[in-house]
Design a protein around this ligand. Structure first.
Ligand code: ZN
Length: 250
């Protein structure tokens, strides 16, 4: 809205690939990309996740966005699902095996999958090269989660440089949520799609590590106690307490 028209026109010609898990963050990233770029495809990774629910949430979020937001439906291209289960086997952790979520001696939670975002970007970039897509959009965030070294913008700047050198490309890794709090991520959803988008994300996106789709809370479905639910609930409650404000579009 505050953009110069010529800049908005440039972006309309740009083509993007969103790393899309069906969680809250990547759903907001998908909305951000559909608002910003002229053409958007999505990619998901099956690395032997514990829960099929996450994969189903991806399709539900895409379907509801097509249904509720006609201008976005015109820009949304195909979804890709890449099987990287061999990586899951190497990087076994609490997300991919039945292990309790706890802090490890190195200060990282056991849910941390070493190198996961790096692998995602290598696969995403190879796909983007073939599909003629230039922006690679991911929901990584430093603000609330300082523990994941591959979510840092510094890591992703290095990754972008490596991909462009190694693939002779001109990719831009876009991380719109990088400096937002979880409350502001809800605010961004409201800016992009109003309360209908907030409701869509509450109802369809999935974050819970336990794969719980039975218990509905104001912030969505989940067990309510795992670290992912705790973070999502806290962000939503903070956003509500702050008056459900819109957030500036990064
Ligand atoms: Zn949970």
């Amino acid at each position: 809205m505050t953009d110069h028209p010529e800049r908005a026109a440039d972006r309309a010609a740009e083509r993007a690939l969103v790393l899309f898990s069906g969680g809250q963050d990547s759903s907001v990233c998908l909305a951000w990309a559909l608002d910003r770029f002229g053409y958007v495809e999505t990619v998901g990774f099956d690395y032997g996740q514990r829960h099929v629910v996450e994969l189903q949430a991806r399709q539900a979020v895409r379907a509801r966005m097509i249904e509720r937001f006609p201008p976005w439906a015109e820009r949304l291209g195909p979804d890709h699902m890449l099987d990287i289960s061999s990586f899951g086997a190497v990087a076994e952790s609490a997300l991919t095996a039945d292990r309790a979520i706890e802090m490890q001696a190195n200060g990282l939670p056991s849910t941390f999958v070493p190198g996961r975002n790096l692998v995602f970007f290598v696969y995403a970039a190879a796909l983007a090269d073939r599909r003629g897509l230039k922006a690679l959009v991911g929901g990584m965030c430093e603000t609330d989660f300082s523990g994941y070294p591959d979510c840092r913008r510094e890591t992703l700047d290095a990754m972008q440089g490596t991909l462009n050198l190694g693939m002779a490309q001109d990719f831009a890794i876009e991380t719109p949520l990088m400096w937002l709090t979880k409350a502001e991520t809800w605010g961004l959803a409201k800016t992009l799609g109003g309360e209908p988008l907030v409701e869509l994300i509450v109802a369809e996106s999935h974050t819970c590590y336990a794969g719980d789709r039975e218990h509905r809370h104001p912030w969505g479905y989940g067990c309510g106690t795992c670290p992912a639910c705790a973070l999502r609930a806290k962000g939503f409650e903070d956003w509500v307490a702050g008056g459900r404000l819109e957030a500036a579009v990064p």
